[in-house]
Design a binder for this molecule. Structure first.
Ligand code: PEP
Ligand code: MN
Length: 349
């Protein structure tokens, strides 16, 4: 349970509230990353908490603005109606600034290969991404592959190549972290740490990412409901990391023509329910390069704060997700075609 307090709450009302909460077996703790005072309530050790009684006295207290109970209270839009902007670092001196904000008027585009394969591949892809106007470079080094016989990623050497390519091109870098024990290493290289769809409910990973301060891109699980997705974001928020960006990447349905089904309504729904920015990944959503432009347009029209797109310097040679990789030429044409649409949506690209 969360309490949003009136910033002008009289001291007497707050001390009465604390007494009531302690008597109900609860321990209030301030959530420090909200500008308005918010208290999180945890059950005190050794007590059977009286949640109903606590909620009743909170609602009756003049110092309390709102009482929230649910699985994604900290993510709730009501707590921050203006929305959260997540700042992601870029190399010093990068064209367009040393950081980029996700969730503001500016749309943010992440582009790059499914996997980092070699220096030549990632360097050339990064240069093409930057030339077409991408803001961040992606590239997987720890790959969640369906088959254990498939390429699993380059690991640490891949992180080094990715970070170097990002520095060369003036782009911040985004890469997936799959295991809690890899978080410190990946955080050394990445500017935005990606949690893949398969790991959306890897709770030890989420806990570890919540305890560090780099921003996190939380992809929606292919079989996760919107509320499960937001409850996963809450794991990060509850540990003090509010630099959380959501990413819709398609869900599994009966359809087989597309790799997944892009859930466009989820983009609008999470915007309504939560204060966190939302990106769309049209590559994993469709699995087909011919559909990426249309899915990207739909995403922006639905209110997405940006896109994450798989682009490869030579798509036909891509070692993973070849069918959905677009060429630098396709990416550049896509970016140009999205600019008027962004303007029509009141956004900049
Ligand atoms: C990826 O973005 O590299 C990826 C594996 O995507 P997802 O987790 O959405 O399948
Ligand atoms: Mn991929």
């Amino acid at each position: 349970m969360l309490l949003q307090l009136d910033p002008e709450a009289p001291a007497a009302a707050l001390s009465a509230l604390i007494q009531d909460l302690l008597a109900a077996g609860l321990e209030p703790a301030p959530v420090s990353w909200f500008r308005t005072p918010v208290w999180g309530l945890a059950a005190a050790n050794g007590h059977e908490p009286d949640w109903a009684g606590a909620a009743q006295s909170a609602r009756a207290n003049v110092g309390v603005r709102a009482v929230y109970s649910g699985d994604f209270e900290l993510a709730s839009r009501a707590l921050r109606p203006e929305g959260t902007r997540v700042r992601v670092a870029r190399p010093a001196g990068a064209a367009g600034g040393d950081s980029i904000e996700i969730g503001g008027r500016q749309l943010v585009v992440i582009a790059g290969p499914c996997s980092v394969e070699s220096w030549e591949q990632i360097r050339a892809t990064a240069a093409a991404a930057a030339a077409a106007g991408a803001h961040l470079l992606r590239g997987g080094c720890y790959k969640p592959r369906t088959s254990t016989y498939s390429f699993q990623g380059l690991g640490r050497p891949g992180l080094e190549l990715l970070a170097a390519a990002g520095r060369h091109a003036g782009l911040g870098v985004v890469t997936e972290v799959m295991a809690p024990e890899d978080v410190p290493l990946v955080a050394e290289f990445a500017d935005l740490l990606q949690v893949g769809a398969r790991n959306m409910q890897n709770f030890p990973l989420l806990k570890r990412l919540g305890e560090q301060r780099k921003p996190v891109l939380l992809k929606r699980g292919a079989g996760a409901s919107i509320s499960e997705w937001l409850a996963a974001a809450e794991y990060l928020l509850a540990r003090g990391n509010d630099r959380v960006v959501l990413c819709e990447r398609g869900i599994r349905t009966f359809e087989t023509y597309t790799r997944n089904t892009l859930d466009i309504s989820a983009v609008a729904a999470v915007k309504e329910l939560a204060h966190l920015p939302v990106l769309v990944d049209p590559s994993h959503a469709t699995g087909r390069r011919s559909l990426i432009a249309a899915a990207s347009r739909a995403a922006l029209a639905a209110g997405a704060d940006g896109l994450s797109i798989e682009m490869h310097i030579r798509p036909e040679e891509s070692v993973s997700d070849r069918e959905q990789a677009i060429s630098p030429e396709m990416f550049s044409a896509l970016m140009s075609s999205l600019r008027p649409l962004a303007a029509a949506c009141g956004r900049a690209l």
